[in-house]
Design a binder for this molecule. Structure first.
Ligand code: AMP
Ligand code: MN
Ligand code: MN
Length: 327
């Protein structure tokens, strides 16, 4: 199944000329690393490639090889042979990049979210892969697409960030084998790790200090949460990208099964980020109830309402699910 699908994707990549590579809004390392890796590989094949994200390249991932190739989409739509969505559970999370595609003969959807409904003409979803970057490595090696040190670095960053630096339970023997292959292909592990995990701006740690002040516990300390208001974000001058990973401080508490992060947005909604430490508590299912999605152990949603309203509604649902799970 996967070999035939890889062959179909490989054929489509070889047979066409103009490509747009897209991923989700509020991108993470897997989104940006995957976009750059596939884009660079196609460029090496002589293809005409655009790599677009609604948010453009984030400052903190600016160290990635050839990061400047990833830009915000232009106002004027363009024609393509193939548009490729990477790491994007639901089409509307492609944001304003879709409007920049005037036409595309084929849409390819490559992802690892179990909640992905399979939009597009050629769909490859492997919910067991810990990162879209891992699927791309398998595709590239299977289809003999070029992997140079720059491509390897982007794939390594994609896999490292989505596995919590090779710690989450979705990290498999295959993940370590692939990491070894990528290091063999030229990745400088120390460089990538330091730039990814030891180069935070000071305001991110100041944000953490503030968030810990709002920390609360529910369901006999099995649920931990904290929240960020617009006023605090403004006061500290934080960027949306600053809070990626802060929720792990809640997950890291012994006895906590579910961690929840609430972030007030400017559009009257609250971004909810959720992590679970037990397969018995499926946070993707919880987030789907609120119009979101993701993975069993890591999911999110954007919920209409004030910070207080959304906190109350969501925490009640989490409490119920945790209590029912017997965890
Ligand atoms: P985050 O908490 O933002 O790091 O997201 C955790 C996981 O949930 C990621 O795999 C996201 O793709 C997914 N996710 C986050 N927000 C949403 C949303 N609004 N709709 C669907 N999936 C989401
Ligand atoms: Mn992602
Ligand atoms: Mn991912």
């Amino acid at each position: 199944m996967s070999a035939a699908k890889f062959e179909q994707i490989g054929q489509t990549l070889r047979d066409n000329k103009r490509f747009a590579i897209l991923s989700h809004v509020r991108p993470d390392g897997d989104a940006l690393g995957s976009q750059l890796a596939l884009g660079l590989s196609l460029k090496k094949l002589g293809k005409d490639v655009r790599i677009w994200n609604e948010d453009g390249m984030l400052d903190k991932y600016g160290f990635l090889s050839s990061s400047k190739l990833l830009t915000k989409p232009p106002a004027e739509p363009q024609d393509f042979d193939v548009a490729i969505a990477l790491d994007t559970a639901i089409q509307n999370r492609l944001g304003n990049t879709v409007a920049a595609i005037k036409s595309a003969k084929v849409w390819i959807n490559i992802d690892h979210h179990p909640s992905n409904p399979g939009y597009g003409d050629i769909v490859y979803i492997d919910p067991h892969a810990p990162a879209t970057g891992q699927i791309l490595f398998e595709l590239m090696t299977n289809q003999k697409l070029p992997i140079d040190p720059a491509i390897a670095e982007n794939l390594y960053a994609a896999i490292s960030t989505d596995t919590g630096s090779f710690q989450y339970p979705n990290t498999t023997t295959r993940t370590f084998e692939i990491a070894a292959e990528l290091v063999r292909a030229g990745v400088d592990v120390g460089r990538v790790s330091q730039l990814t995990y030891e180069s935070y701006p000071r305001r991110r740690v100041e944000l953490l200090r503030d968030l810990l002040g709002t920390m609360r516990f529910n369901a006999n300390d099995r649920v931990a949460s904290f929240s960020l208001s617009l006023a605090t974000a403004k006061k500290l001058g934080v960027l949306p990208e600053d809070n990626e990973g802060l929720i792990d401080h809640l997950r890291a508490i012994r006895g906590v099964i579910v961690a929840v992060f609430f972030e007030e947005l400017a559009d009257g909604k609250v971004r909810v980020s959720m992590r679970s430490k037990s397969e018995k508590v499926n946070v993707c299912a919880i987030c789907e109830k609120f119009g979101g999605g993701g993975h069993v152990l890591a999911a999110g949603a954007r919920v209409k309402g004030t910070l207080d309203e959304v906190e109350q509604k969501v925490l009640e649902e989490v409490r119920n699910v945790v209590s029912r799970s017997g965890s």
